[in-house]
Ligand binder design. Sequence first.
Ligand SMILES: O=c1[nH]c(=O)c2ncn([C@@H]3O[C@H](COP(=O)(O)OP(=O)(O)OP(=O)(O)O)[C@@H](O)[C@H]3O)c2[nH]1
Ligand SMILES: [Mg+2]
Length: 204
Amino acid sequence: MAKVIIATNNKGKVKDFQSLFTPMGVEVTSLHDFPEIEEIEETGTTFEENAILKAEHLAKELNIPVIADDSGLMVDALEGRPGVYSARYAGLHKNDEDNLQKVLKELESVPTEKRSARFYCALALAIPGKETITVHGTIEGLIATDKQGTNGFGYDPIFFLPELNRTMAQLTAEEKGSLSHRGNAIKELMKVIKAEGKDFFVRG
Ligand SMILES: O=c1[nH]c(=O)c2ncn([C@@H]3O[C@H](COP(=O)(O)OP(=O)(O)OP(=O)(O)O)[C@@H](O)[C@H]3O)c2[nH]1
Ligand SMILES: [Mg+2]
């Protein structure tokens, strides 16, 4: 069976990738399957830099093609925060709930029309001996005033999609995959690797 290796420890991302790759008959492997690999510090100041760091680190260790995802929420009223710090917005040892509560609190007095935000996902594909490819995908939305829905992860329960009248956490995995920043970035990566005659699947 073909496999794709994603350099992530985030179970929510793994689920998102599975919903995109499983229908193609491709198995998703993540850092959870390589407990011996040391985590790399995300020292970049952009999503792209961090995605490259994570992908190249694991590709070098395993000597096979690896994809990494660096992503986050950018809120206009917060000048783009939490941005690259989305995973640790409320502090290093805080969790998804603390992070989204911090955003809700900071937007407490901000009216609906000023609650615009987007998710950004940078993907890096590192292939040993080749130049690393980066692509990105986004999705626009509004930050809700409270949580709704239980699917997805992270800030999904407060990321409202006006056209669907639902938050991202109220979408099925397939719906999220078809329109999310991560889904859009994967589509872009597929286009680029096709055009460049490259591949990220590991077979056998
Ligand atoms: O509601 C959300 N729906 C999403 O679809 C989504 N994608 C990213 N995020 C947020 O951005 C951080 C990424 O930070 P990040 O790229 O460093 O990942 P991470 O540290 O969680 O795992 P890893 O891949 O680095 O191992 C995550 O933790 C989340 O807070 C999302 N929130
Ligand atoms: Mg991270």
